[in-house]
Write a protein that binds this ligand. Structure first.
Ligand SMILES: Nc1ncnc2c1ncn2[C@@H]1O[C@H](COP(=O)(O)OP(=O)(O)OP(=O)(O)O)[C@@H](O)[C@H]1O
Ligand SMILES: [Mg+2]
Length: 751
């Protein structure tokens, strides 16, 4: 089917054709046939890179242009949301009946209704963000014309699936006429999900680049289509032998590893081997990327290892890396510069990174604290689906590695020839259900117990099983919320208290809120930074808990004893049960470790020192910092609610310190835009201790301070309103010209 034949405006056709598309892919044709452009709901289950996004884009544009209103596009990750946002931007400015189409993205700040979003027509959000917007009763969310759920198989995720399921059920109830599109590459039971949302379903195996799935054993790969391929035993290491075979033929390789450590070790191995075969021009481009890694963010032994691998054409990728490094790796791999990437399974959930060859080096997954277990078929399909780069490869290959003939047969049976698991609702997990029950009451979505059960009868869980099964769990949660003063039940009516209302808006687990509230009243004898940082680490919102080694446990024990009167909770001496929360001494030590990491962070220890001392990698540190900052904000808000005025200043300062990783003395300087912990420290050490002292400083003196430079100096002066004299301006202009030249040279060098 030609793009020209579609019943959409000429302007949309022009943009799509400008993108190089002339006709539709088969799953797109099937979607048109079931009436998706006429507004029919759809579950589209088709492989990676089969063009699901275009189907959603066409539906959104047609509706919004012809009928006006708003569409939301939901994704599970912030990185995916920004990828989609930049993709959709090409349609901004198209004319609709309500004026020009405007596109927005919203992924942060969970304590806001973001009414400004109401002015936009297409809004890209993460699932969690839309859930928080629903709690804040954002008005525009009740006037949706199209709802797109990308990567809809997330419904099966025990931690995050229920949030998506609840948000989608609410959106459906609020917008009964909105068109709903669910997209995924791995849905086995599309029909069942389609019944739930009254949709058609299209399930297709078509891929733009065919996929050959196989298993390697004893120098030979056997494929599902009965073909086979011999692999030379050049390196006596199957992973290297298979990868180098593909790289020498011009392909790129993605290797999924079980642990972060094996990703790093494999990356190193690949780097050593590939370096010798790379042409000089490619090495130059790689050395620029390697320098980019070293100059962005703090230097750690991890970033040095990464830079050294990238220089030689290989890389590793895992959640311990800082976000900016992960983005550089992804971009360089997409551009074909990095030839081989050893990644942990988290990559399969992230941005789209296709490769000629996907090697699944281990079909087991290691989760700290839980041990090893075999990956699901759904995960295997997500991994293998990455093979085959549209526009670059004629075919994609995905290979598992067996160590015996028997294992080879098992892998064929359990993965290659197996169907992925059915998507099953995970709504019945009490921990995840608790905040949702509160949010339904607090946002006045329901106001009686009957309506509450009625709501749950409309979920996917109820469609799949029977809502009566979760009834006792909901009743137990209601009792807990009542006892903790978050809701009030009067006969059949149900309402949230001020506490419950605020907890729901703050987007924290009700149990975290109870822990924080109780600590506000039952104070420690001595209140220090440790008191607050340990308390928030104790809440169930800080997950996963940090792993502690035996040697560390001894030190933590001694530390705990010497700070015994600073803790805001009663410490366990053996396993105790707190409501439905089991709390043991080893958990306490793990929480204490989080608090110690945060204390080192706000005492300006470098990321590398934290990595060496606590074995906490920068990516994990960032997650801990972000969650802790949010919980300190929540604690501040609860202290306000309970009129604990004397804690407010302390808490808001501690929050800024945690956010930036600074000592109190940098609180003034950190307010400046473009000044982070390192620059603030540099200014402070050079004698500028606060913003006032910077007012009289000359640009030229500021510019010579380490890490500042002329551009930042000017930026600082502009912010604080200090005078800039003419001769200094001239100097700035010269600097600008030279930095533009530098930029141009780098671009030329890259090309
Ligand atoms: N009709 C078409 N003609 C040519 N290229 C297309 C067409 N439709 C989509 N594409 C291109 O195919 C690629 C994959 O499309 P898309 O990202 O929508 O895949 P997907 O099905 O969402 O895959 P995933 O499950 O990985 O998210 C994109 O680069 C897209 O621009
Ligand atoms: Mg997609």
């Amino acid at each position: 089917m030609k793009i020209d034949c579609l019943p959409i405006s000429e302007e949309i056709k022009r943009i799509i054709k400008n993108n190089g598309f002339s006709s539709l892919f088969p799953p797109q044709i099937e979607s048109m046939k079931v009436g998706v452009l006429e507004g029919k709901n759809l579950v589209l289950a088709s492989p990676t890179a089969s063009g699901k996004t275009l189907v959603a884009e066409l539906c959104i544009l047609k509706k919004i242009i012809e009928k006006g209103g708003t569409a939301v596009y939901l994704t599970p990750l912030k990185a995916l949301a920004s990828e989609k946002y930049f993709d959709l931007k090409k349609y901004a400015g198209l004319k609709g009946i309500e004026g020009k189409i405007k596109i927005a993205i919203s992924t942060g700040d969970y304590d806001s209704s973001d009414e400004w979003l109401g002015k936009y027509n297409i809004i890209v959000c993460t699932n969690e963000k839309v859930d928080s917007l629903l709690r804040h009763e954002a008005r525009w969310i009740q006037n949706l014309k199209v709802i797109v759920v990308d990567e809809a198989h997330l419904l099966i995720d025990p931690e995050r699936g229920p949030t998506l399921e609840i948000a989608l059920t609410k959106l459906k109830i609020l917008n009964p006429k909105a068109q709903i599109l669910l997209l995924s590459a791995t849905i086995q039971n599309a029909e069942e999900i389609a019944e739930w949302i009254d949709a058609s379903h299209v399930t297709m195996d078509w891929r733009p680049v065919p996929l050959k799935e196989g298993v390697y054993y004893d120098c030979k790969i056997d494929f599902k289509d009965n073909s086979s391929k011999r692999i030379d035993e050049k390196y006596v290491d199957p992973i290297l032998d298979i990868s180098m075979d593909a790289i020498c033929k011009g392909g790129q390789v993605l290797v999924f590893t079980e642990t972060r450590k094996s990703a790093v070790v494999n990356g190193k191995k690949f780097a050593t081997t590939i370096a010798s075969i790379l042409p000089k021009r490619e090495k130059l481009a790689l050395s620029i990327i390697s320098k980019q890694i070293l100059s962005s963010g703090e230097k750690t032994k991890l970033s040095e290892e990464l830079a050294s691998q990238i220089k030689r054409g290989a890389s590793f990728h895992h959640a311990g890396l800082p976000i900016q490094h992960r983005r550089i790796i992804e971009k360089s791999f997409k551009e074909g510069k990095i030839k081989i990437l050893a990644a942990t399974p988290t990559l399969a959930l992230g941005v789209n990174l296709p490769a000629r060859l996907v090697l699944i080096s281990s079909y087991e997954r290691y989760v700290p604290g839980y041990g090893r277990y075999p990956i699901s078929v759904l995960e295997y399909k997500q991994f293998s689906g990455r093979a085959g780069r549209p526009k670059y490869d004629d075919i994609g290959e995905s290979i598992l590695i067996a160590k015996s003939d028997r294992e080879k047969n098992d892998l064929f049976e359990n993965y290659v020839n197996a169907n992925s698991e059915k998507i099953e609702s995970k709504l019945a997990i009490e921990k995840v259900l608790r905040p949702h029950v509160l949010s339904l009451v607090a946002s006045k979505f329901i106001d009686s117990i009957e309506e509450l059960f009625n709501f749950f009868s409309k979920t996917f869980y109820a469609h799949q099983y029977d809502s009566n099964i979760i009834r006792p769990k909901i009743e137990k949660i209601l009792r807990f919320l009542c006892e903790e003063d978050m809701i009030e039940i009067f006969e059949n009516f149900i309402d949230a208290t001020k506490f419950g209302q605020r907890v729901s808006e703050l987007y924290i687990d009700p149990l975290s809120a109870v822990i924080i509230r109780n600590a506000l009243f039952d104070r420690a004898r001595k209140l220090t930074d440790l008191s607050f940082l340990h308390l928030i680490s104790h809440t169930p919102d800080v997950t996963p808990k940090l792993y502690t080694r035996i040697k560390e446990e001894k030190e933590l024990n001694i530390f705990a004893e010497s700070h015994i009167d600073e803790f805001m909770i009663e410490l366990p001496d053996q396993i105790i049960e707190f409501e439905n929360y089991h709390f043991s001494y080893s958990e306490f030590l793990s929480e204490l470790k989080s608090a110690c990491v945060l204390i080192d962070w706000i005492n300006e220890r470098s990321e590398d020192e934290i990595l060496k001392k606590h074995n906490v990698e920068p990516g994990d540190l960032l997650r801990l910092v972000q969650t802790s900052e949010w919980l300190l904000y929540a604690m501040h808000e609860l202290a306000k609610l309970y009129r604990q005025q004397n804690l407010l200043k302390k808490l808001s300062e501690l929050r800024i310190r945690v956010k930036n990783g600074i000592k109190s003395e940098l609180l003034s300087l950190i307010q400046l835009e473009g000044v982070g912990r390192m620059r603030a420290r540099s200014l402070f050490n050079s004698g500028y201790k606060n913003i006032n002292e910077l007012k009289n400083a000359k640009i030229s003196s500021l510019a010579t301070i380490p890490l500042i430079g002329i551009a930042t100096a000017r930026n600082i002066k502009e912010q604080i309103g200090g005078a800039i004299d003419e001769s200094e301006l001239k100097m700035i202009k010269e600097e600008n010209v030279s930095s533009e030249n530098e930029q141009r040279l780098i671009t030329e060098y890259k090309e």
